[in-house]
Design a protein. Structure first.
Length: 326
């Protein structure tokens, strides 16, 4: 049987009981595969890698080393949450790498979206490989491969950018959730005790906020994206839209517009609010967000985010527009 074909005996995981049964089975399978060897995991804080980390911590404890690379393109509070959940609460052996300056220096002046993606991907591999070489006795590389990855890429997982590791790092793969769909991964994560805002984390592009800071990334615009995004997410949660709207975020383009502040002209950025509903991201509709809520978000962005003088709401559907801007 093809090792990348979902077993017929694996029932759909749609109850806490089935999730717990899967966890129990995988703990035994991981222990049988890993033995007494060490395992390395690139822990992004996304759903897939977080669930794999929690599973491995239960199965092999300190034999697992997690590497969390902060490239400066994460959402507000995400690096801190990874440290809190996995190191402080679960006792993981977690290596935190502050690579913000390294990434942003490499991205300075780069406008082309595909070039930006390649720089971010290559730099991630370089940083991760450097950390891996510092460790001894690591035999396995854990990855958050899920079943759609296998179906879409013929078994080649590239989501966490570890597929292109240098030749000298010859790890065996450990992929405990590779036969699960995303909803099943979330069910398992919930059963493992991960926080809801991690388990139900919205889709987030591999290059992170780098594709929402449109054009050449500057630190001031990147901060405007991060802060405005945090405001949007907080206000949507307060309004009860969290979980009802599929995905929402902010974008800051690389051009300014004229404004007025304290009786003087300003030349500042604009923040674009993007909110969509979708099932599989192949098509998307735009929800009707109450003006009262949009006005509240606008005022908070004006008052709390530096260098912004306009707030827009994007009503474009997919098609013709895509969900992300780059």
């Amino acid at each position: 049987m093809d090792s990348n074909v979902r077993p017929e005996t694996l029932a759909r995981i749609n109850t806490p009981e089935l999730a717990q049964a899967f966890i129990n089975e995988q703990i035994e399978a991981i222990r049988a595969q890993v033995g007494t060897d060490r395992v390395l995991l690139a822990l992004s804080g996304g759903v897939d890698s977080s669930v794999v980390a929690a599973l491995l911590i239960k199965a092999v404890g300190k034999q697992l080393t997690c590497v969390h690379v902060n490239h400066g393109l994460l959402r507000k509070g995400e690096p801190e949450q990874v440290i809190k959940v996995f190191k402080d609460e679960m006792g993981a052996d977690l290596i935190y790498v502050d690579a913000v300056d390294r990434f942003l220096d490499k991205l300075a002046g780069v406008k082309d979206p595909e070039t930006k993606r390649k720089i971010i991907g290559k730099e991630f591999i370089d940083v991760f490989a450097e950390e891996a070489r510092k460790l001894e006795g690591v035999k396995f590389l854990a990855q958050g491969t899920i079943y759609p990855d296998i179906l879409e890429s013929h078994g080649v997982k590239a989501h966490h950018n570890v597929g292109g590791l240098p030749e000298d790092l010859k790890f065996e793969l450990c992929e405990p959730v590779k036969f699960l769909y995303k909803d099943e991964v979330r069910m398992v994560g919930k059963q493992l005790g991960l926080p809801d805002n991690m388990v139900y984390r919205q889709p987030f592009p591999g290059p992170g906020l780098g594709v929402r800071c449109v054009g050449a990334i500057t630190r001031d615009r990147l901060e405007a994206v991060r802060e405005s995004d945090a405001i949007l997410r907080e206000e949507f949660a307060i309004a009860g839209l969290q979980g009802k709207v599929w995905q929402y975020f902010t974008v800051v383009p690389d051009f300014t517009s004229t404004g007025i502040k304290d009786g003087k002209r300003t030349d500042d950025w604009m923040v674009i609010i993007r909110a969509v509903n979708s099932v599989d991201a192949t098509a998307a509709t735009v929800p009707e967000v109450p003006y009262e809520l949009l006005f509240k978000i606008r005022e908070r962005i004006f008052n709390e985010v530096k260098g912004v003088n306009r707030v827009l709401y994007d009503i474009s559907t997919k098609p013709l527009a895509t969900i992300e801007y780059e």
